[in-house]
Design a protein around this ligand. Structure first.
Ligand code: NAI
Length: 504
């Protein structure tokens, strides 16, 4: 069969960018062009400051994007391109990935649970309108069951040129942010859904050949489109379910004598259950889990499977409860008043090793603390200050944010004089970089947790890595700074923060 020579990917986000970078690296004979409507995002992909932070991503992108000469490989022409010329990239591609966002619908039927397929449809229509040669169209976004069939209808009704054949495949992406490069290089499985006629099966084989450049064939599963679409939703729902399960158990631990880490270990050592995704936390975040669970809820409801819908909806309910419970514990531990108290928040990203803050538990927890008149002092090694402010802006007015939020470029300043330190992202540096000892004590495990401690105020110029002796003991009450002082706190040090915070 004819090998794929040219790939276009519509959507240069967390999925489109890394996935295509790996495909390009592993297939030097395939020209890969990633396109997006967002000019700034494309410009960033072309620069040294990529639009997303992901360990190992920069090396992979530079390898495929920039001409390589010398070394073991000798001369290697670039085969990874980023562009906003969507029509041109579509026209010259054999195979087109659709990797656009599929958020939860905000208005109309199914608002609050159904997936908004507007971006998918717009991308499909563009493909149908500009294509003059046969295309394999691969749905990579996470979508409800039946979307491949919907795309077939769109192509049948929109395509101008009836001689052009469109084969629609489903190929959901299973990478996790923070480990995307590792996941892409060594995937547990590649899932390809197709129809069962010979043309569709051949298209699926051509896509499988692209992956077979580095993925063992036995890990490439071919299934029907419905199974493929549902499997992606099911995988995310079951991962979210594990997190809500362990978080609900941690609530029981806190009112009994049980310890959630001990329970998680004992449960996880059962080989039928396994130990992964059993860390108690303030609740899951990220752009996918909540929306994908809600998408499954909507599918179940639309088939009148109300008990099934209810079962999955409770996973999201428990997650909301976990975030609220976490904030409540902080407030209760500080005598039910946060007025004039500084609370340090270490970590803003929804998980470590990403700068992504979408649906991060930190947004919710910080919001609850601000509502109690606390002053929150935020530090995250990868999230930009403007992102933190923009995450809070929908829930608080600018005046409140200016008074109640400071953003720091090192954790020591954020913790100085704080009544509590709240760790909301499990960044390694919070475990290993020698935080002030009251915080560091007990940070030996990978859990998100709140440490209610008295943080010593620094004497003078204590800096990151400074010894404990440069911190002066202080009790909780004397850590409380005046509202006037706090009001004067700027959103800290913005002018000294480089374009990407914490670049190492
Ligand atoms: P994203 O929001 O980071 O990127 C989507 C990009 O598509 C945006 O840059 C947007 O400008 C672009 N776009 C939208 N409509 C377009 C159009 N008509 N033409 C050109 N560009 C267009 O989204 P992300 O996180 O990459 O997710 C994409 C899909 O992959 C979603 O369905 C998501 O559920 C799924 N997914 C996401 C994962 C993640 O970890 N972020 C993991 C696995 C799947």
């Amino acid at each position: 069969r004819e090998p794929v020579r040219s790939i276009c990917c519509i959507g240069a986000g967390y999925v489109g960018g890394p996935t295509c970078a790996i495909i390009a690296c592993q297939n030097p004979n395939i020209q890969v062009t990633v396109v997006d409507l967002d000019q700034a995002r494309i410009d960033a992909w072309k620069s040294d400051h990529l639009p997303i932070f992901e360990p190992g991503l920069r090396d992979v992108v530079q390898f495929a994007r920039d001409e390589q000469s010398g070394g073991r490989e000798g001369f290697r022409p670039p085969n990874l391109f980023f562009s906003t010329d969507i029509d041109c990239a579509i026209a010259s591609a054999d195979l087109i990935f659709i990797a656009v966002n599929t958020p939860t619908k905000l208005v109309g039927q199914g608002a609050g649970s159904a997936s908004d397929l507007a971006y998918v449809e717009a991308a499909a229509r563009r493909i149908a309108e500009v294509s003059t040669s046969d295309k394999i169209v691969v749905q990579k976004s996470t979508v409800p069951c039946g979307t491949a069939q919907t795309l077939r209808h769109i192509f049948a009704s929109v395509a101008q040129n009836t001689d052009v054949n469109f084969e629609i495949l489903s190929n959901p992406e299973f990478l996790a942010e923070g480990t995307a490069i590792r996941d892409l290089l060594s995937p547990d499985r590649i899932l390809i859904g197709s129809n069962t006629d010979s043309r569709a099966l051949q298209a699926a084989e051509r896509l499988a050949d692209v992956y077979a450049a580095w993925v063992p064939r036995e890990r490439i599963l071919t299934v029907n489109c419905w199974s493929s679409e549902l499997s992606k939703l099911a995988a995310n729902c079951m991962l979210a379910q594990r997190i809500s399960s362990i978080n609900s158990l941690s609530a029981i631990c806190e009112v009994t004598g049980a310890n959630i880490d001990q329970v998680a270990q004992a449960v996880g050592q059962d080989t039928r259950i396994g130990s992964k995704m059993l860390r108690a936390s303030a609740g899951f975040g990220g752009s996918c889990f909540k929306k994908d669970v809600l998408c499954l809820v909507h599918i179940a409801e639309s088939y009148n499977l109300h008990e099934v819908a209810l079962y999955w909806r409770r996973i999201v309910d428990i997650n909301e409860y976990s975030k609220a419970r976490f904030a409540k514990r902080i407030i209760q531990s500080l005598h039910n008043t946060l007025d004039r108290k500084k609370i340090a928040i270490l970590g803003w990203a929804y998980k470590k090793d990403t700068g992504d803050t979408r649906e991060s538990a930190a947004i919710n927890v910080a919001g609850q603390l601000i509502a109690e008149n606390a002053h929150v002092a935020v530090y995250d090694p990868e999230v930009r200050p403007d992102q933190i402010i923009s995450d809070l802006t929908p829930h608080h007015n600018t005046d409140t944010l200016a008074k109640r939020v400071s953003i720091y470029k090192n954790p020591y300043s954020a913790c100085e004089g704080a009544s509590a330190v709240v760790i909301l992202t499990e960044w390694d540096e919070f475990k290993t970089d020698g935080l002030p000892s009251p915080v560091a004590n007990g940070l030996d495990k990978e859990v998100l947790e709140v440490r209610l401690v008295s943080i010593p105020r620094r004497t003078s110029e204590g800096s990151r890595g400074s010894s404990e002796s440069s911190w002066v003991k202080h009790d909780c009450s004397s850590n409380e700074r005046s509202a006037e002082n706090l009001a004067e706190s700027p959103i800290s040090e913005p002018e000294t923060i480089p374009p990407r915070l914490g670049k190492k």
